[in-house]
Design a protein around this ligand. Structure first.
Ligand SMILES: NC(=O)c1ccc[n+]([C@@H]2O[C@H](COP(=O)([O-])OP(=O)(O)OC[C@H]3O[C@@H](n4cnc5c(N)ncnc54)[C@H](OP(=O)(O)O)[C@@H]3O)[C@@H](O)[C@H]2O)c1
Length: 282
């Protein structure tokens, strides 16, 4: 049987790269679609590259024509209707979209009118459904890599936190990408996924401090201060009670989906921090 031809948009991103690796490992003929085809991508084999931008439909048509791909991994962008139309017209029949767990409890229409993070991803899912393409939506909530945005604060030994005793799942982008790459080979579905363990922000920063062997003090901000510094959407998502963020029924489903598609348990936050420790120091 000829190899499945897949195209990975954003193949130099943390999730895109892992999706490309998994699709390659599973035997697909993989094309890497990049805005800059000359970018060095450490850890990927030498695979064909095409230049493409998800906000430029003509570049998508050209990328699909060159690659002959019928399945595509895409990141969520704003206003994706023209992108999905271009992919479909050019011969793609199945899309795996990186979406968000915040579209809970599975109410896409309601999420589309919510605040920025769920709304953006829900609108992309709605556009994908309307396109008539077959699709899977990989819904992840809180990437482990979010902590690296605080690396300047880590160097100063103090991080600003709202709700330090609230939990996050700290899923590894590598796991999200592996599930996404595997999903290119299987039936369309909505796939909520979750990290190995829910950790409070306090616990997460303690893990980072231990790994970096440096003290990190928690500076608890009030809601308005946090909104001023980080934006309203992140504040709303952070302030939700744990059982709203992570509905009890959905937690085992998210874990099982990682095991099913990645073929292993999700990476723990401790493992992820160890692998990425240099990113806090650069
Ligand atoms: N952080 C969270 O907790 C969270 C939760 C749920 C979902 N998400 C989603 O995850 C995404 C981040 O994933 P990541 O960690 O893999 O990010 P990343 O490492 O920063 O990679 C993002 C990738 O998207 C590519 N990209 C950006 N704009 C593009 C465009 N117009 N056309 C084609 N490619 C484009 C980038 O390419 P260039 O190198 O050319 O810029 C890069 O390859 C967020 O954007 C969000 O949608 C995040």
């Amino acid at each position: 049987m000829p190899a499945l031809k897949v195209i990975i948009f954003g193949a130099n991103g943390a999730v895109g790269k892992a999706a490309a690796l998994e699709a390659h490992r599973k035997g697909a003929s993989v094309t890497l679609a990049l805005r800059d085809v000359f970018k060095t991508i450490a850890g990927l084999p030498d695979l064909p590259r095409v230049k493409a931008d998800l906000t430029d439909p003509s570049s998508l048509r050209e990328a699909i024509r060159t690659s002959g791909a019928t399945a595509a991994f895409v990141y969520t962008m704003n206003d994706m209707e023209p992108a999905f139309e271009a992919l479909k017209e050019s011969g793609v029949d199945y899309v795996v979209l990186l979406s968000s767990w915040t579209i809970y409890p599975n109410d896409v229409e309601k999420a589309a009118t919510s605040h920025a993070i769920p709304a953006r991803h829900a609108k992309a899912e709605i556009a994908l459904k309307a396109s008539g393409l077959k699709y899977s939506a990989i819904r992840a909530r809180y990437f482990a890599s979010n902590v690296v945005f605080e690396s300047a604060a880590v160097k100063k030994g103090q991080v600003d936190v709202l709700n330090p005793d609230g939990v996050n799942d700290y899923i590894a982008p590598e796991d999200i990408g592996t599930v996404s790459g595997a999903k290119l080979f299987s039936e369309p579905e909505i796939v909520p996924i979750i990290g190995a363990r829910l950790l409070t922000e306090r616990e997460a920063w303690r893990i980072i401090a231990n790994e970096l062997d440096c003290p990190i003090k928690i500076n608890e901000l009030d809601y308005d201060e946090f909104v001023n510094r980080k934006g309203i959407s992140l504040a709303i998502g952070t302030a939700y009670p744990d059982e709203i963020k992570y509905p009890l029924k959905l937690r085992p489903v998210g874990l099982e989906n990682v095991r099913k598609y990645a073929g292993r348990d999700p990476m723990t936050f401790e493992e992820w921090v160890k692998i990425h420790r240099k990113e806090f120091l650069s």
